[in-house]
Structure formats: C-alpha cells, structure tokens
Write a protein of this length. Structure first.
Length: 290
C-alpha cells in the first residue's frame, strides 16, 4: 500500500456490512454476457466456475462488534509497522535450493487488454464490493456497457504509457472487528479499498501472469491451487481435512489438525522480493514495477 507511506490513506471504523461476506449480502446481478462465453488470450478456453458450491466448513456468521480505542500516534505507528517497507532498496538473495525455471516455451502476450477481458473481470467481481476513494461501485460498470468502454480505453492508455495512475495506488483503510467487544488494535483486521478501475486492471494482469505460469508448467497445481483460475483450492483442501476428521471420529482414532496463520502475511512481502520473483519466472521487464 504505497499510499500509506505518502500519508494519503484515511482510516475508518465500522461494523461489518453485508457486502463484506462472501456472497456480497445479496443476490448476484444477472450478466448480459452468455454463460458459456469466455475470453481467450494465447491459451485455450479457461475452465468455467461451478455454479453453486456448498462448503463443508462453512460457519454461521459470528457476531463481531467493538470500538477501536487507540491514540492517533499509536495508530499511525501501527500502520507504518505493517506497511512501510524498510528493506525497499535491499536486493534479496536467490535461494540455492530453488532452481530457476527454463526459458518459457509459451511467450507472454504483452498486447493491450481486450474489451472482453475487462468485461469478464467485471462479470466475476462481486457487485456488493465496497468502492474505493472515488466511491464508484462495480454496479456502474456492470450495468452500463458504454462506461465500461471508457474504462477500457483508459486502461489501454495506461498500458501504452506503462505508468499506473496515482488514483489506482491510493486506498482507504478500513478496520473491522474480528470478535465481540473489540477494543485493541490486535482485535481488528484491516482491509484496503482501492478504486474499481485499478482493481479491474490488476485483475486482468494477475490472470495473465497466472496463465503464463500455468502454460509453462512453472506451477505444480497438485500443491499450489490458490490464486489460479479454475482451481477451488480452499474448498478442496477444507473438504479433505473435514473428511479426515470424520474418518477419525468413525474409527475413534487420534488426529491432530494444526492451522497456521501468518501475521501480516501480505505486508511482510517486500517490494524487491516481488520484483525478484517476476524476473525469476521470466515475466517481461515491461511488467516490472521498477
């Protein structure tokens, strides 16, 4: 979150809204695009998402409430500790136990984003997502196809100039309570609300990178499933664990399940590490943030 370092992030506290839930708190809007339609770039047709998925590990909504009690100075110090990269200019060392992949057989397509890719990203986005600083929701682009074309033209300009607008880098920080009667900063989780235009652009870019890595067999999908289109990794892994728990109950055997949760997992990834990984996996230099 670069905007934190520039002091451009405003922090708000609120109760969890319906749109913070996975289903968006409401029924999904019907899309004017046919169900079987997909946008192809380079590779074959992307696997379609299953319609209705019921997870065995779904939990009922827990009551979460509270009011953050913290001084302005302590809050700013907490944010800096979470997001400021003190090693921003330090180059990471290459891990010797991970050999660099071979030169890709399928080249990375660096042509500008297509309109169908922008519409596909909007179609898969939750209509109830909370908007960013400009307060423009996904609904505007989902329901107004002419406005979508305007955003597409702007994204093409961004792609041509290879410069991300400041509006796509700024975010509004929100602190949401994780439990009942939350008061301490450790009892709140923070999320960053970006403008929808930037989220659409980065969604398309992330899909390109995922397809490039998958087409060149840089990812072992038997282990890595998160972040890859068409792989319901969380549901699959949770179902396997649930089945093991039920099996242990039936056989009355011992079973130890350990859940690991990394503190500040995303914030602990340094900027230089991201640049190093992009170069390590032969991502074109034109996409590098440096």
């Amino acid at each position: 979150m670069k905007s934190v370092e520039r002091g451009l992030v405003s922090v708000q506290l609120r109760e969890p809204l319906p749109q913070d839930r996975k289903d968006g708190g409401r029924k999904k809007l019907r899309s004017s695009q046919p169900t079987g339609a997909s946008c192809e770039r380079g590779g074959g047709k992307q696997p379609q998402r299953s319609g209705k998925v019921s997870s065995c590990c779904e939990r009922p909504d827990e009551k979460r409430s509270g009011k953050l009690i913290i001084s302005k100075e302590d809050l700013e110090q907490h944010i800096k500790g979470q997001y400021v990269d003190v090693a921003r200019d330090t180059l990471p060392d290459s891990p010797g136990y991970v050999p660099r992949p071979d030169v890709p057989k399928t080249p990375f397509d660096t042509s500008p984003p297509r309109l169908c890719e922008i519409r596909e990203a909007l179609q898969n986005a939750r209509a109830g997502s909370t908007p960013g600083p400009n307060v423009l929701p996904y609904k505007l682009y989902k329901n107004c196809r002419q406005v979508t074309k305007i955003v597409w033209n702007l994204i093409r300009v961004v792609w041509k100039k290879k410069s991300i607008p400041v509006e796509c880098q700024e975010a509004v920080g929100i602190f949401i309570p994780k439990e009942q009667n939350s008061t301490a900063i450790s009892q709140f989780r923070s999320i960053a609300l970006l403008n929808m235009e930037g989220k659409v652009f980065f969604t398309v870019l992330a899909k390109w990178i995922a397809r490039f890595l998958n087409d060149n067999s840089y990812i072992d999908t038997n282990c890595q499933k998160a972040g890859l289109p068409g792989f319901p990794g969380c549901i699959e892994h949770a179902s396997m664990i649930w089945e093991q728990i039920q099996c242990a109950k039936r056989e009355k055997s011992d079973l130890h399940v350990v859940w690991l949760d990394m503190a500040n997992a995303y914030g602990s990834v340094t900027h230089k590490l991201v640049e190093f990984v992009l170069e390590f996996f032969h991502i074109p230099a034109a996409l590098s943030p440096s």
